[in-house]
Unconditional design. Structure first.
Length: 293
């Protein structure tokens, strides 16, 4: 057996692979629940304000801020509690001067109220009276409408990777699906006279194919979809038959949706005939990645 006559540095090999790579232009629409880690194919803009209303940022009482201007712990201001406001419900009545509405965090602000006094700054009185012990400024403890997203605002841009927070932002606008670039489909082929698929009996001198499952895991971890082909021997007849079978079945050499190809197998130069270069010239895609071990 003859040794390798030449090799190239890893950096050069990487440069050649990147130079041959082409962007994926296939897109698909998927559920948001499955979108984490995917790459957005088109800008997405909010179709609604988020939130669509002013809301309380605290548990407490919605008030007219001017009613609290002189409130202190020693001289609280007494306001009549006229209603209660809960999340998911619009308040049933407006707040007038001298009144307040008990309100939960996240509940819509009632008309007429412009601030929220935290419940910790109040004390219950007699006959529905609430004693306010602290002054609040207009808009204090109020989350304004569209404070998260405004209608027409870009939520995500094309080319961004979706993270849990970005997926959540899309959901906040009412979307259920998003357009993303399709995952790269990576064709895997393992070669070698001695290689046998796991689950099959081993003959003397044979070993199980670990390269395929290892490469499948690597491809999946980096966002690709592995298309594993059957283990092949490198003999002339085996390669030729597999080439013809793959071509008839629309396999990866001709499949338009498999971008790179990764081959693994022995690199020993022995006396067996090799047809891999011939297969490359006949059916290889122009932007392919080859990896031989």
């Amino acid at each position: 057996m003859r040794p390798f006559t030449s090799t190239i540095p890893f950096a050069e090999a990487l440069r050649q692979v990147l130079a041959a790579a082409r962007p994926i232009d296939r897109t698909e629409q998927i559920l948001l629940a499955a979108a984490d880690g995917r790459v957005v194919a088109a800008d997405v803009h909010a179709t609604v304000d988020v939130p669509a209303f002013d809301r309380s940022a605290m548990d407490g009482y919605a008030v007219v801020a001017a009613d609290t201007i002189d409130a202190t712990p020693d001289r609280p201001r007494s306001l009549a509690c006229v209603a209660r406001a809960f999340t998911g419900q619009m308040p049933s009545r407006a707040v007038m001067p001298g009144e307040c509405v008990e309100i939960a965090t996240g509940a819509p602000m009632p008309a007429g109220a412009d601030a929220v006094v935290m419940v910790e700054e109040t004390a219950p009185g007699d006959a529905g009276i609430i004693r306010v012990r602290a002054r609040v400024q207009p808009r204090q403890n109020v989350g304004p409408r569209a404070s998260d997203l405004a209608q027409g605002q870009r939520v995500v841009r094309a080319g961004q990777s979706l993270t849990p927070s970005r997926v959540g932002a899309l959901a906040a606008t009412g979307l259920t699906h998003v357009d993303v670039y399709a995952k790269p489909k990576v064709a895997l082929i393992s070669t070698g006279d001695e290689v046998v698929d796991p689950g099959q009996p081993l003959e003397p001198g044979q070993v199980y194919n670990i390269n395929r499952v290892t490469m499948q895991s690597v491809v999946a971890r980096h966002g690709g979809e592995a298309v594993a082909l059957r283990t092949s021997a490198l003999h002339h007849q085996h390669i030729y038959r597999q080439q013809q079978t793959i071509a008839r079945q629309g396999g990866f050499w001709r499949a338009p949706h498999c971008e790179p190809r990764i081959e693994s197998g022995n690199t020993t130069l022995d006396r067996h005939p090799r047809r891999v270069p011939e297969v490359d010239r006949t059916h290889a895609q122009p932007a392919e990645e080859r990896h031989r071990r």
